[in-house]
Design a protein around this ligand. Structure first.
Ligand SMILES: [Zn+2]
Length: 217
């Protein structure tokens, strides 16, 4: 079925399979089940672990298809992990942490916030403003955890306001590779100093261009 193929193409499902897709134009639900050929993995350390019991079904909001909401449903297993020597909920590759949206939706929302105001992104995807904010936070955290600062020569610095202008965040981008390299709360001189401290003297000396778009650098 088409929807099943779309879900498979947009969701990391290693170790799982789609059991059914139901619903209509008001909303589609893809029910996921474990793939018996694979052992479950620990949600904390990703090690293979032994099945213990099952938790209630969880719902994950996914990227809508042609404006039709799509939801994934799955009842996670708890596993006894030999490495952690503890019982944990299994790893679910389509979601990060305890989020109620898939990684794919998170990335989609965060990508749209680069070209549209958050409020419009929320309207476009028919979700709450807070969902967009969560997606951006998660995407920033992911980007920061996977950053590589080798060869950084041109940076752009700008500030964004959060919570109706009460909280400011300063973001530093790699202008060549067009990605976020640092994010810090505030928009003051101290915020910038914190960035250069993080960057270190050698990498700061290697910078060739800085483009700054702040209210008072
Ligand atoms: Zn573990």
């Amino acid at each position: 079925m088409l929807v099943e193929s779309l879900v498979k193409a947009t969701v990391e499902l290693q170790g799982f399979r789609i059991m059914s897709v139901t619903g209509d134009t008001a909303g589609l639900v893809a029910t996921i089940g474990p793939d018996g050929r694979f052992a479950p993995r620990c949600g904390q350390c990703r090690e293979r672990a032994a099945y213990r019991d099952m938790r209630p079904t969880r719902r994950f909001r996914h990227v809508p298809v042609w404006g039709i909401p799509v939801e994934l449903r799955y009842a996670p297993r708890r596993v006894s992990c030999p490495r952690c020597e503890a019982v944990h909920v299994e790893a679910m590759p389509w979601v990060s942490g305890k989020q109620r949206m898939t990684r794919a939706l998170m990335v989609t929302l965060a990508t749209w916030t680069r070209v549209l105001p958050w409020k419009q992104v929320a309207r476009l995807f028919r979700c709450a403003w807070g969902t967009v904010a969560t997606a951006v936070d998660e995407a920033v955290a992911y980007g920061l955890a996977h950053r590589d600062l080798e060869g950084l020569t041109h940076i752009g610095i700008d500030e964004i306001s959060r919570k109706r202008g009460h909280v400011y965040v300063t973001n530093v981008y790699d202008l060549e590779l067009k990605r976020l390299v640092w994010s810090g709360e505030g928009r003051s001189r101290e915020t910038l100093e914190a960035f250069f401290e993080f960057l270190g003297p050698e990498r700061t000396a290697a910078l060739e261009g800085i483009c700054c778009d702040m209210w008072q650098p």
